[in-house]
Design a protein around this ligand. Sequence first.
Ligand code: ADE
Ligand code: ZN
Length: 337
Amino acid sequence: MTDTDNVTFVRALPKAELHLHIEGTLEPEMVFDLAAKHGISLPYSDVAALRNAYNFSNLQSFLDIYYQGVQVLIDADDFFQLTYAYLHRAHADGVVHTEIFFDPQSHTERGISLDVVFEGITRALAMGERVFGITYRLIPCFLRHLSEDAAMLTLQALMPYRQHFCAVGLDSSENGHPPSKFSRVFALARAAGLLTVAHAGEEGPPAYIWEALNDLQASRIDHGVGCEADDALCAHLVATQIPLTVCPLSNTKLAVFAQMSAHNLKRLLDRGLCVTVSSDDPAYFGGYVLDNLLAVQQSLALTPADMVTLARHSIAASFLSDVDKKHHQQRIDKYVA
Ligand code: ADE
Ligand code: ZN
């Protein structure tokens, strides 16, 4: 297969994206457009200067800039524009289903109401389904560097919008903020019928992945690449097929792995874990889901069969109904036949 044929093949594979922070799709051009719209002055002279600042040494150095970026999201149209631009881009990468994270607290803390956030995001998701045929789920995440009480208040504030989301997640600065800090919040969320997911083992230890599984009852682990240091944990993830939503470009940009050729995705896949590939914060990490898939394919010498497995895992690991999953797996069968 030529390189062009390969890109065409991977692009057209029906795939789900399961780890995508909508605030992380805020491209520098949109930061400047929205800052001008709202009369906000930015500490960067232009788009190139802002993009130049996207030089991260670890997770925290990224989060500092990411939380600065969200300040330009003020009204429902901003959230609409942000979400619709992502869906347009995802469609071009062959995404047929997406499960989108957002951080309610990074908006409510600035005085932006959840009404505004939900209105903009859900309007774009509905239009994206009509125009691009992309189905979706929405997953608000609690900021783990903030308190358990703040997460509890956020869960209460989210409940009037319960019909719009299927799960809750946990993100932000990992080290020093173990999943168990939020056990009670997640128990209440589960009691309300919500599924749970959590970032764990991005920079943190395997113990945090165990806590996400045992204390939070997470259905998926976001990142989870740190599992490799614990054989019993890997065996458990193989036995249960609890998926990892791995984000390769994020992991190299945030120095979780020194370079892509050192990434453990292929080893985890070969070990039988349900590994999926997503883009995390594509505006900051240099690529959307197709770029992530091509990067690991090239650097880790993934076979065409591996690429199909990643696409199948993404559907299997989604929160779609069994009927919808079967439909998409059959689309993949047909595509590879
Ligand atoms: N919020 C946005 N991206 C994140 C990541 N990669 N890890 C933790 N929190 C995040
Ligand atoms: Zn993430």
